[in-house]
Design a protein around this ligand. Sequence first.
Ligand code: PLP
Length: 424
Amino acid sequence: MTTSEPVADRPPSVDALARRLQGLPHPLLVDAARQAIADGRPDSAQAVADSRRRRLLSPVINATGVLLHTNLGRAPVAHRQPAAAQTVEFDLESGERGSRQAAVGGLFARLCATESAMVVNNNAGAVLLVLAALANGRSVAVSRGESVEIGGGFRVPDVLEQSGARLVDVGTTNRTRLGDYQHAAERHPDLALLLKVHPSNFRVEGFTETVGVAELATIGPPVVVDLGGGLLDSRCPWLPDGPPRWLADEPAAVQTVAAGADIVTFSGDKLLGGPQAGIIAGRADLVERCARHPLARALRPGGLVLGALQDLALTYLRRDGRAIPFWRMATTPVADLEARAAALATADHLVPTATDAVPGAGAAPGATIPSFGLAIDGDHLVSLRAADRPVIARIHEGRTVLDLRAVDPHHDPAVTAALTSIAR
Ligand SMILES: *Cc1c(COP(=O)(O)O)cnc(C)c1O
């Protein structure tokens, strides 16, 4: 294999060719040159290098209309911090080792109105840790209607099994009543938790019945609610106009805790609008058991994520939703999007169009957010992705649709640049 040849044996022509290429560190340009020569097309070397560069993580413009697109990194976040030592596990007051969870956990406890909170790498990890720490070797009751797959392989029964807890199915797929849980508690004296999972990526409609948190709290064992989405408070005090209509059915941390949940878990990068993380908030004794479990060490976040989450938590406490990119895009008035679409429609084939955006990432399933964008006859997804700043759009009824709700207005010139490739 040519790629494993020692550098010294490299034919000079590969090196000479690589030196004429640009856009990547030299060793990667050498790989591209070698590939082009092996293909018998040395003149394609720059194209090979370009295509390899485009396989690296790249900033793109999300014109899909899916605000929290898991393939595009969910919530957009900007975070900078100095290259400096940080009090990640250091208590400035005492000068001694401190808790990694104290600072940011404290802020999230304040935001969720709980005694305590901690942070792990994602919500799947949060659920796993809660179950392992609080229910290992014991039973956990879950409604059959909530024993779901959230996507990306996160299946409630599998996570339960991995945690060492035993799943006790309760009720039926479409209807679960309080009596079903009471019955489970009677049959399983080792019942450690009642787990409620927000079915965040689908809706069961019709003849359905579920048991609310307040009722579950009357049974006895601690109630754990996997909220998924990370909406902190259904009143959205960080938004000047209060909660948007499409959020109506989304459960929120503050209200779920007020209803009697002992623990809630949620993602950092969905409706919370932050970096990938999982938050565990609730009763101090239960959070403490999670923090002491060996898995907590394996799931602990680094200083970058903690720094970004701290900024975000302080922004929420300042009630400054405008400073959170996700909430900015989610609450932009449709009229603003319509005006931008009109400005971008510089040619006849670019047609301003009303669209429906969606929250995405399993938040507020079924809800749509009125939006606006551009439609172009035919499928132009490939050309749009080939732009310097790639634009990710979608096809709807034979037309290419660019939805502007998740597009930062600062990126409109880049959208224009991508659109010129279609005009040509
Ligand atoms: C998204 C989601 C998860 C997984 O969260 P990640 O942060 O992606 O690990 C778990 N449970 C629910 C209900 C979810 O919506």
